[in-house]
Design a protein around this ligand. Structure first.
Ligand code: THU
Length: 159
């Protein structure tokens, strides 16, 4: 837990051990992927600033539109349990039975993540295994993003 819980004023990148743990949790969550329509299995693991890990998988639907990505499943699980400050996310996605791709979060998930973190400090890991991964900040994946800061003070100024 101590290594998981980062000093918010310190280095924003995770240590190697914490990265492996987060990727391992994403790989485990991927086994629950409900993806009978695309056959594309995704698992995600979200680390909160408080040191907790929430996992998610993609959940597809016969009507297609209601499908939810693995990343948002993890985000909504965390927020619904009172966790609203995120530090890092690991994503593992590839066609069923393979682990061949670096699967970056879709645009909608990037926007949802930006609601609950400092994009420059939030670390996104995409992995094929605990050893084979890439890392970027959320800010690098969502440049010039629109976020809560845009609405800060909105009520006072406009009403
Ligand atoms: N998917 C995710 O879970 N995360 C992403 O960031 C991209 C796409 C899922 C949605 C759908 O179940 C399948 O992958 C194919 O699009």
């Amino acid at each position: 837990m101590t290594e998981r819980k980062r000093d918010r004023d310190g280095d924003s990148r995770l240590g190697e051990k914490a990265r492996r743990e987060l990727i391992g949790a994403a790989l485990a969550a991927r086994r629950f992927s409900y993806s009978p329509y695309s056959g594309y299995q995704v698992g995600a693991a979200l680390l909160t600033e408080s040191g907790r890990i929430f996992t998610g998988c993609n959940v597809e639907n016969a009507a297609f539109g209601p499908t939810v990505c693995a990343e948002r499943t993890a985000v909504f699980k965390a927020v619904s349990e009172g966790e609203t400050k995120f530090a890092a996310l690991a994503v593992t996605g590839s066609p069923r039975g393979k682990m061949t791709q670096f699967s970056w979060p879709c645009g909608v998930c990037r926007q949802v993540l930006a609601e609950f973190c400092d994009p420059e400090r939030m670390e996104i890991l995409v992995a094929k295994s605990e050893e084979d991964y890439e890392s970027r900040s959320l800010g690098a994946l969502l440049p010039e993003g629109f976020g809560p800061g845009n609405l800060a003070g909105f009520k006072e100024k406009e009403h």
